[in-house]
Ligand binder design. Structure first.
Ligand code: S5P
Length: 274
């Protein structure tokens, strides 16, 4: 059987029943972009300015909505307008990690009402399957998708080995809602009998810790290049943050960098299809 990562995004889109996964793969093919941009800035005005500037180059805007100091409902209205204008999906990087009842409230209520605007969100596997059933009770009726954190990019991460295997097993039991993983490697076949190529399952692999010019930061982040991540590692989407908006640069520079990462990510995808 042909391994998942050698199939085109378009071919794979049709196989997902989850609407968010399907839409993401379709946007990726349409825009020739497997670049998710993490806009980790703390002021609404700057956030919207960067999102509007990089919108054309990205398939997915990743947010940490709780770091925005002057958050209001209008930010969400404007973000959704930009997502229609530029044709990208929205991923709130909330990293839920609590019991089912609590994550239901955190996902749907409070100031941010994440489920009402975020196509995709993510969760740690640490609480066990009830975190998925809790989040799914809110997200599935809205057509949302969930990524489980199976591995992390930070030095000394404890998410490896049997923990990663446990996360994959949890995902397999909830295929309607769990669309893939935040991970550094492909996950098909992990924790099951066969080798990757023998298992016909498809999970999206979304990979942070991507940079072309740095190997890490002073706080344990570790970077690999788009080629290492997509062509060699078989990941589907690269997440780039400071590599694009970092260093206090102007908007044209941010756009030049976004296009550079888009082109590198796409080239790596085309290389692995061959
Ligand atoms: O393992 C992880 C998982 C995530 S979601 N490592 C990460 O770095 N992230 C997130 O990706 C992190 O919270 C940040 O928003 C982004 C990486 O940002 P960068 O500036 O280092 O590219």
């Amino acid at each position: 059987m042909r391994p998942t990562f050698t199939r085109s995004y378009t071919e794979r889109a049709g196989k997902f029943s989850n609407p968010a996964a399907r839409q993401l793969l379709e946007v990726m093919a349409r825009k020739q972009s497997n670049l998710c941009i993490s806009v980790d800035v703390t002021l609404k005005g700057e956030f919207l300015e960067v999102v509007d500037a990089v919108g054309p180059y990205t398939c997915l805007i990743k947010t940490h909505i709780d770091i925005i100091e002057d958050f209001d409902q209008d930010l969400i209205t404007q973000l959704k307008n930009l997502s229609s204008k530029h044709d990208f999906l929205i991923f709130e990087d909330r990293k839920f990690a609590d019991i089912g009842n609590t994550v239901v409230l955190q996902y749907s209520k409070g100031v941010h009402k994440i489920a009402s605007w975020s196509d995709i969100t993510n969760a740690h596997a640490i609480p066990g399957p009830s975190i998925i059933t809790g989040l799914a009770s809110v997200g599935v009726p809205l057509g949302r998708g969930l990524l489980l954190l199976a591995e992390m990019s930070s030095k000394g991460s404890l998410a490896s080995g049997s923990y990663t295997e446990g996360a994959v097993r949890m995902a397999r039991d909830h295929r309607d809602f769990v669309i893939g993983f935040i991970a550094q490697n492909r996950m098909e076949g992990i924790g099951s009998r066969g080798f990757e190529a023998e298992v016909d399952e498809d999970f999206l692999i979304i990979t942070p810790g991507v940079g072309l010019d740095q190997s890490g930061d002073s706080m344990g982040q570790q970077y690999r290049t788009p080629f290492q991540v997509v062509a060699e590692g078989g990941s589907d989407v690269i997440i780039v943050g400071r590599g694009i908006y970092g260093g206090g640069v102007d908007i044209p520079t941010i756009q030049t960098r976004a296009e550079r990462y888009r082109a590198e990510g796409w080239k790596a995808y085309e290389a692995r299809l061959k």
